[in-house]
Design a protein around this ligand. Sequence first.
Ligand SMILES: [Zn+2]
Length: 310
Amino acid sequence: MHRQATDPCFICLKPADKKNSHLIPAALLNLSLGKRNYESSFEIDTKKKSIDEYYGRNNLKNHKTEIKQHHWARDHYFCRECESLLGVLEGDILPHITVKLRNPKFRQNYIKNEPDIKGGLPVLIPQRIDSMDYNTLILSIIFRVSILYTFEKGIKSLGLSDFEIMRLLLHARLYKDNSEYDAFCDQFAFILITPEKFLHPTRNLGFTTDFTSRPFIFYLFEFLVLLYPAYDFEKARLSGNPKYFTIPPQIDLLNFCNLPAKLAFVPSGFWDHINRMILQSTFALFRFRKRRKRQITRLKDYKGKPMRKR
Ligand SMILES: [Zn+2]
C-alpha cells in the first residue's frame, strides 16, 4: 500500500503529511530490537516463505547505502498533528507500563493483587496513569498495526466497522471531545498480558493471528493483547454468564472504559516458552527448503541468544 501526503490521515482524515510514523512506538521496540537507529529486525513472511532483514542506520551490520523502510514504521499513515498527539500519549503512559513496572524503585507506584481463583493471574494496577489515556494508547497501537496487517499485508485483522469505531474513539480522545469519547469508549475491552521479567527480550515478537477474532490477538513485543469488541461482552452481560461466548472467566482482568488500568502478569518462563514455540514453529516452515537454509542459519544470529538448532 503506497501512500502519499495527499491521502487522508487514518485518524482525522486530513492530509497524511507525516513520514516515518512508528506503528509500534519506538519505546516498545528498544528492548526487543535495539535502540532507535541501532535496531536488528527480522520480518518473516510464512506465506511467501521469505525473510527480510532490517538494520538501523547506525547498526554495524548495516552495509547498505540506501535507506530501507523500518519494519514497524510507515510514511503518510497519519498527519503531523495526530502523530504528535500520539507521541504525547506514548510519553505519558509507556514508561509506567514498561521499564518502571519492573524496577523495584517504583514499586510504590503500583498495587499488586494476587489472584483469588486457582490458576488466575496476578494483576498490577498502575497508580500514576490516567486509565482513559492508557486504554487509548493500547487501542491506538492495535489500530496502527491492524492497518498495516489488513491493508498492506492482507492478513485478516479488525473488521471494517471495528476500524471506524476505533478511529472515532481515538480521534475523540486525542482531540479532547469528551462526549464523543463517552459515546464510543465502551465499544472495546482488552486484557493486556506481560511477564514479570523478560528472560530473553530479543525473542519478543510482533504479529497478529488471523484464525481468531473472538478475541482478536495481538503480540506487541512486550505485551500480548486480547481484544474484545462490545458485541461479545454485551452478550455475556445479557446472558448473566461471564463465560458466555469468548469472555474469559478472568473478567476482572478486562480494561474497559473508565475502570482503573490493569496489567496481568504471567510467569517469565511461560512467556519465554510461548515465544520460543512460536519462533521454532515458524522456522520449521522453512526447514525442508534447502535453498532457504542460508537464511535459517542467519536467523540463528537473532539478536541476543541464538535459537537452538533443531
Ligand atoms: Zn490526523
